[in-house]
Design a protein around this ligand. Structure first.
Ligand SMILES: Cc1cc2nc3c(=O)[nH]c(=O)nc-3n(C[C@H](O)[C@H](O)[C@H](O)COP(=O)(O)O)c2cc1C
Length: 207
């Protein structure tokens, strides 16, 4: 079975997953993309109606063209949320945003991009688990990824570029590639701060 190639223990996969935003240009073998997408669709989805749809980009010229749209969308979002219009506006402590802005520059060069979409009713709930499966399968093959979104200002052009029908909902843009740099472990608040037992606000028995 092809899935035998996903050998990373599930604990390692979940606990070492990071947002990868710096990619080598090396192409991803199509059979690996196939396996990653097959893993994605095994995820839970509402009523097993399987409304998720995946558009995979591997053509360098197409990705280059999309990179321009992504860059515009990323900065449109930052302007709207924070009033930032250039990298110098990003405060030094906002390291994730700095890295994300570099991805906005580099999206045009990533070897593969997947758009996670949904046909009507188009709900994100049925695509989010698939997106996580997709990224964990990629991670298991040594392929990095990060879930990203777009911005309304580019959506008409984005749809036109790929002939995406109006009734298809876009949810995530996921660049895929072999990581160019090493990534340490993720930082999260202790679950004892974010989890309650039996009643909202009641502590869990771990620290
Ligand atoms: C809904 C959603 C939207 C996101 N959008 C972006 C994005 O536009 N650009 C980006 O570089 N990362 C994006 N991310 C990735 C988050 O920044 C990342 O998951 C978070 O910083 C934790 O990173 P870590 O797992 O490496 O610790 C997004 C993640 C989610 C779940």
């Amino acid at each position: 079975m092809a899935f035998d190639r996903l050998k990373m223990p599930i604990g390692d996969a979940m606990f070492t997953q990071r947002s990868v935003r710096r990619f080598k240009p090396d192409p991803i073998p199509i059979e690996d993309i196939h396996l990653i997408i097959d893993a994605a669709v095994k995820a839970p989805n509402g009523g097993n109606r399987q409304i998720g749809r995946f558009l995979v980009l591997t053509d360098r010229n197409v990705i280059r063209e999309f990179g321009t749209i992504y860059h515009e969308a990323w900065w449109a979002k930052r302007k709207e949320e924070r009033g930032w219009t250039k990298r110098a506006d990003i405060p030094p402590e906002e390291k994730n945003y700095k890295l994300a802005s570099e991805l906005a520059d580099e999206m045009k060069d990533v070897p593969c991009v997947v758009f996670a979409c949904a046909v009507p009713p188009g709900t994100a709930n049925s695509v989010i688990p698939a997106t996580q499966n997709l990224m964990l399968a990629a991670h298991s093959l040594g392929i990095g990824s990060v879930p990203t979104t777009l911005h309304p200002t580019v959506m008409d052009r984005f749809r036109a570029m790929f002939a995406i029908p109006k009734d298809v909902a876009f949810h995530f843009c996921i660049p895929l590639g072999y990581p160019r740099t090493a990534y340490g472990s993720s930082r999260r608040r202790p679950t004892s701060e974010t989890t309650y037992l039996n009643r909202w606000g009641a502590p869990v028995p771990w620290t």
